[in-house]
Write a protein that binds this ligand. Structure first.
Ligand SMILES: *Cc1c(COP(=O)(O)O)cnc(C)c1O
Length: 383
């Protein structure tokens, strides 16, 4: 087995043409990054007002096919505001998946709401529409066009599926279920820029979508995020909430509610505009990498390489394999991380973290299955 693992390392080192320790996903700055950063500094507009922020929002909205985009300091802030736009607050509940990065659930908690976890699909690693529907049928009822959780008597206001590692979940079916149950769909598309489901960009199925541009994402602004929506009222509200709820005025400082300092600085937007110009190139490179992995892993009976689900075009943000069981997973992690290649297991399930351990859950069979087997392998753009 260890010989097999060494062969995997050799293969990856050839792909990336390096023998140095290889991080999981390194950013690439090979376009206009320095040029735009210099322009931004020379303009003196380095903070949260500036031409690059406006330009980024316009170009991003165009790329994903959304009417409005509102840039934020990070993806968690984008999700937090997205949930506020969905009118989520104290005493509400939000359905999400246990297999996700902690930010999904942190954002829910910032609003004062409680999370509920339903299972993921084995084909997508994202929220399972069947698990969602089953949970609602067994635990909820509709009263006055609201979804009431019969166990807690609270309103389930929103549902937050996540497109795991960039693979689109069955978002159209999830959207239909949410509509039927009067639940607002908020998409955590933090990982899925460049991923489409039935030709429509992820993040644009819900009332609101949120993306991240953290250093490890497919494109980065250092730190950054964006909210997308087709609803003009929500877009205006997003801008208002992210800019300390300041009432526009030439000199007066009047704020009409408690807002947030969540606007993306122009400096970060300058970097991001340059990164967005290279997205197509990055996507092509990742698809090539996937092809090579698929060919390579066909010879490995005990390892499944994860490929995009049906009806989806995935950005393959993080490449993933499934080992036979937890023991094999741990051996693989130990061997690769001590022999020059960074690999990592999928996140600890959110319902197993201390702060969310009392949350209500559906059956989580698939999430548990994946947690024991999934490992992310080298995914950076190799040019
Ligand atoms: C990266 C990420 C976020 C947001 O992350 P930030 O670091 O705050 O930009 C949210 N959800 C998921 C699933 C993520 O992977």
């Amino acid at each position: 087995m260890m010989q097999n693992y060494q062969a995997i390392i050799n293969f990856i080192q050839t792909l990336y043409k390096t023998k140095e320790f290889l991080p999981l996903h390194e950013p690439k700055f090979i376009g206009n990054e320095k040029k735009y950063l210099n322009e931004c500094i020379d303009s003196t507009y380095v903070s949260s007002v500036g031409a690059f922020v406006d330009r980024f929002e316009k170009e991003f909205a165009e790329y994903v096919g959304s009417r409005y985009a509102i840039a934020t300091v990070n993806g968690t802030a984008a999700l937090h505001i997205a949930l506020l736009l969905a009118d989520v607050g104290r005493d509400d509940e939000v359905i999400t998946q246990p297999l996700s990065f902690v930010a999904t659930c942190n954002a829910i908690s910032y609003t004062g709401a409680e999370p509920i976890f339903v299972d993921v699909d084995l084909e997508t690693m994202g929220m399972s529409p069947n698990a969602l529907e089953l949970f609602l049928e067994q635990n909820c009822q509709i009263v006055d066009a609201k979804c009431i959780n019969k166990t807690t008597n609270k309103i389930i206001k929103a549902c937050v599926p996540m497109h795991t590692f960039g693979h689109p979940c069955k978002i159209d079916t999830i959207s239909e279920i949410c509509e039927k149950w009067y639940i607002t769909l908020v998409e955590d598309s933090a990982e899925s820029l460049g991923s489409f489901y039935k030709e429509k960009h992820t993040g644009t199925f819900g009332r609101v979508g949120a993306f991240s541009f953290n250093g490890n994402k497919i494109i980065t602004s250092g730190g950054g995020g964006v909210i997308v929506t087709d609803d003009e009222t929500l877009a205006k509200r997003a801008k208002h909430l992210t800019t300390t709820a300041k009432v526009p005025h030439k000199w007066e400082y009047i704020h009409d509610e408690i807002g947030y300092n969540y606007r993306m600085p122009n400096l970060n937007a300058a970097l991001l505009v340059a990164q967005l110009e290279q997205l197509e190139k990055f996507l092509a490179s990742k698809r090539q990498l996937t092809k090579k992995y698929v060919d390579f892993f066909t010879d490995y009976e005990n390892i499944d390489f994860f490929t995009q689900p049906k009806d989806a075009s995935s950005n393959y943000w993080l490449q993933a394999i499934l080992l036979q069981n937890r023991d094999e997973r741990d051996k693989f992690l130990e061997f690769t991380n001590t022999h020059g290649i960074m690999t990592r297991p999928v996140w600890r399930l959110l319902n197993n973290l201390d702060m969310f351990k009392d949350a209500q859950c559906g059956e989580l069979t698939n999430a548990l299955y994946l947690q024991e087997r999934v490992v992310n392998i080298s995914s950076g753009v190799a040019l």
